[in-house]
Design a protein around this ligand. Structure first.
Ligand code: EPU
Length: 338
């Protein structure tokens, strides 16, 4: 096993930030972590596990070891009636897994098409899009404790999933590496097309009777229009979360800002479209040096080339201040700053 020193992370974060890690190791097999632990010295700590690097913002060089998970594999482990249990390893590219499921007629994650990143990151932030979240199909995951190398299975309940969060972003932050996830999918899928833009896209595609492939295509079309491909423009998807507010707060805001966009939640609270609020404050398309706010989606911050993590954080702070001054709401970051 090779532990690299002073290693550039430019290729390993979708913001394309040119930072270095004092140590870097790649795991190709789940037993590799035990091997790494047998080599590791105190100076190799702390460890930071990365997958596709699509939700991380490096604000400085990383003093420690970046553990890049490259453990591959997708297996159908069980079939019963119309249900299919699929196990996928952490280093698989998320969208390859979605394509595999759609091509085989396994429904459940087609709305999550084209989300950048790896399978191992899906449970950490409970990825979601177009009315579906990863937790909806989740059965269990296998993880390894970074401190001890011990293996543990986490059930749905133990993961404590929430909107773009889980126990791995809170109490167990940076404590486990995720080896594999198991999902329950359906051969008789219930299509989730209620998210407005999907219905419209299907209509524009002249599809009356949706199938998994059509939904995947519709989602890819919408995403391609709104979200920049990281290979073209450095970014990490939505930079902030959509804030949740009480019904009373929403009513008050709606009176002052009649155009405000919100999604009512089952408990009566409202999820506000942060992209709309940021656009309302005039930031959409803003650029300073190589840092900017994407001109098609104000929730996405972009690196036009040689931006630094500090510059991106600085812009995020200014956006947050102006949203707070306008709406009285503090936005929370979705991206992990390191
Ligand atoms: N909007 C604006 N201006 C903007 C951006 C959005 O007015 O600049 C409006 C849109 O017109 C729409 C509403 O805000 O009416 C919501 O926008 P959109 O459908 O693009 O979704 P979003 O709320 O901005 C969330 C997720 C995305 C996910 C989409 C679709 C979060 C933080 N983001 O974005 O996830 O793809 O919904 O489901 O929840 C990600 O997490 O990285 C991500 C891309």
């Amino acid at each position: 096993m090779k532990i690299f020193e002073d290693y550039s992370l430019k290729e390993f974060n979708t913001f394309g930030l040119d930072v270095k890690s004092s140590h870097f190791v790649e795991l190709l097999h789940k037993d590799d972590f035990q091997v790494f632990l047998s080599f590791a010295k105190p100076g190799h700590k702390p460890y930071l596990v990365i997958g596709g690097g699509s939700n991380v913002l490096f604000v400085q060089d990383f003093q420690g070891t970046i553990i890049k998970i490259n453990i591959k594999g997708i297996e159908v482990i069980e079939q019963e009636e119309n249900l299919v249990y699929v196990k996928a390893y952490g280093g698989e590219i998320w969208d390859d897994l979605v394509r595999f499921c759609v091509e085989n007629g396994y429904g459940g994650i087609e709305n999550l098409s084209s989300i950048p990143g790896n399978v191992g990151a899906a449970p950490i932030q409970n990825i979601g899009a177009y009315g579906v979240e990863f937790k909806d199909v989740f059965v269990e995951l296998e993880a390894i404790a970074l401190e001890t190398g011990e293996r543990k299975i986490f059930t749905q309940k133990e993961c404590n999933f929430g909107y773009r969060t889980s126990i791995f972003k809170k109490e167990l932050k940076n404590q486990y590496l995720i080896v594999s996830v198991t999902m329950r999918l359906s051969r008789i899928p219930v299509f989730n097309t209620s998210y407005g833009s999907i219905e419209k896209e299907l209509a524009d595609m002249a599809i009356m009777d949706p199938c998994l492939k059509a939904i995947r295509e519709a989602v890819i079309n919408i995403r391609n229009r709104k979200l920049p491909g990281p290979e073209v423009l450095g970014n990490a998807g939505s930079f902030f979360k959509n804030p949740l507010v009480s019904h009373a707060m929403y009513e008050n805001l709606k009176e002052r800002f009649p155009g405000i966009i919100s999604f009512e939640q089952s408990d009566g609270s409202h999820k506000l479209a942060a992209g709309w609020m940021i656009e309302f404050c005039g930031w959409k398309g803003f650029r300073r040096g190589d840092v900017g706010v994407y001109d098609q989606q104000a929730l996405v911050l972009v690196n036009y080339g040689h931006a630094t993590g500090k510059e991106i954080m600085e812009l995020a702070k200014e956006i947050n201040e102006s949203v707070f001054n306008m709406f009285g709401i503090a936005l929370e970051m979705e991206v992990n700053a390191v």
